[in-house]
Design a protein around this ligand. Structure first.
Ligand code: SAH
Length: 367
């Protein structure tokens, strides 16, 4: 267990996950295939089965000679993860999946169906090194980074499940992906960027999702935020702020000891300016810790006039934490004060709470 405030930026080195087509650009896939003695266009055929048809069983790749299917599957679509279990709530419309990766590492992903959209919440690391005291994921530290394909496969698996009608309400397509599961996405920059490309590249090279449907959430790693800005992607950036003042934020989000509130917000505004996309500010309301009216006013003054939206999250309970969600009156007053500053604000629902699948509750233990 990490000490209070201890930060881990570099993931321990482990045996690499199997290489998968979702780790590779289309050109790299062709290279791998042709090096194996197969025709390079087979790479696009397999990509089509994986990304467009969501079919992982080589027996169904009927446009490829039967003799080549297993070999191509071994080269491009090795098994990356297996389901340990699914748990559902909200009448089946929220489903958390515990996955076991090739080396036994456990991670979780959550599929949520709403009337107008289907969202997958993915993990980018096993564990997390950012050590926020109110979040269950950080309490066990960082196990390892996920590969791009391990991230993409969480989405593809959810898309298969939704497409097959496994979530009540009939067959559906995954419309949104949020990098709000386990881990700090910007601490695993290369793999996350690869995953963003695979998710948004048009089919059959990628899943062909809309960039605006994808949200990357960060504790505020400023250099990585600047790098992401320069990529020119149109994904939504969310910043886990949780306090408007450095004194409190140093304790709630320990990485604030490296990059202060003002620097994090400057990087967020630069992102908004470059992309034209509203930045989302995440703020978990914790009773008597960060929910005072004066903090709402301070937050309102920091944010007013910017391309921003505030997502207030009632604190979800986590094991061993003494903190709890704000009183309803304090929450209402917080909202009212932000609105008085002209800052758009919504209170996020607490989907998945009963299955420890809500924000900050993912710990991926076999029990
Ligand atoms: N590391 C990234 C991605 C995780 S996103 C980040 O922190 O942004 C998960 C979101 O849930 C973050 O905004 C996080 O601060 C918030 N969160 C963590 N623990 C929570 C809890 N117990 N209740 C409500 N929100 C929580």
């Amino acid at each position: 267990m990490p000490a209070t405030g201890e930060l881990i930026f570099t993931a321990p080195r482990r045996a690499k996950p199997p290489r998968h087509l979702a780790d590779l650009t289309p050109a790299e896939r062709r290279e791998v295939v042709s090096e194996s003695g197969e025709k390079p266009f087979r790479a696009a055929q397999v990509s089509h089965h994986y990304f467009t048809r969501l079919v992982d069983d080589p027996a169904q790749w009927t446009d490829i000679p039967a003799s080549a299917r297993e070999r191509l599957a071994g080269l491009l679509t090795p098994e990356l993860m297996t389901v340990v279990r699914h748990i559902s709530c909200d009448r089946g419309t929220t489903r958390k999946t515990l996955w076991r990766l090739h080396d036994g590492t456990l991670v979780e992903a959550v599929l949520m169906r709403y009337p107008d959209r289907v969202t997958v919440c993915v993990s980018s690391q096993a564990g997390c090194g950012m050590n926020c005291p109110f979040c269950a994921t950080g309490q066990a530290g960082l196990t390892r980074n996920l590969s791009a394909a391990e991230i993409v496969e969480q989405v593809v698996a959810a898309a298969r499940a939704a497409g097959r009608g496994e979530i009540p309400g009939g067959p559906a397509r995954v419309s949104n992906v949020v990098f709000m599961g386990m881990g700090e996405p910007l601490a695993n920059y290369r793999a996350v960027l690869g995953a963003l490309r695979r998710l948004t590249d048009p089919t059959p090279d990628g899943l062909g999702m809309s960039q605006r449907g994808i949200t990357v959430s960060t504790v505020g790693l400023v250099p990585a935020m600047q790098k992401l800005t320069a990529e020119g992607l149109g994904v939504t950036l969310a910043v886990s702020l949780h306090a408007p003042d450095d004194e409190l934020r140093d304790t709630l989000v320990p990485v604030n000891t490296r990059w202060k509130v003002a620097e994090v917000l400057d990087a967020a505004w630069a992102y908004a300016e470059r992309t034209g996309r509203r930045v989302s500010i995440e703020y978990a309301l914790i009773r008597d810790i960060n929910d005072q009216a004066w903090r709402a006013d301070l937050l309102g003054r920091l944010l007013r006039g910017h391309l921003v939206h505030v997502n207030l999250l009632p604190l979800n309970p986590t094991p061993g934490s003494k903190w709890t969600a704000s009183r309803p009156d304090d929450e209402r007053e917080f909202v009212r004060r932000l609105q008085a500053h002209g800052v758009p604000v919504t209170v996020r629902d607490t989907r998945g709470r009963e299955i420890d699948g809500a924000c900050g509750q993912l710990a991926a233990a076999e029990g």
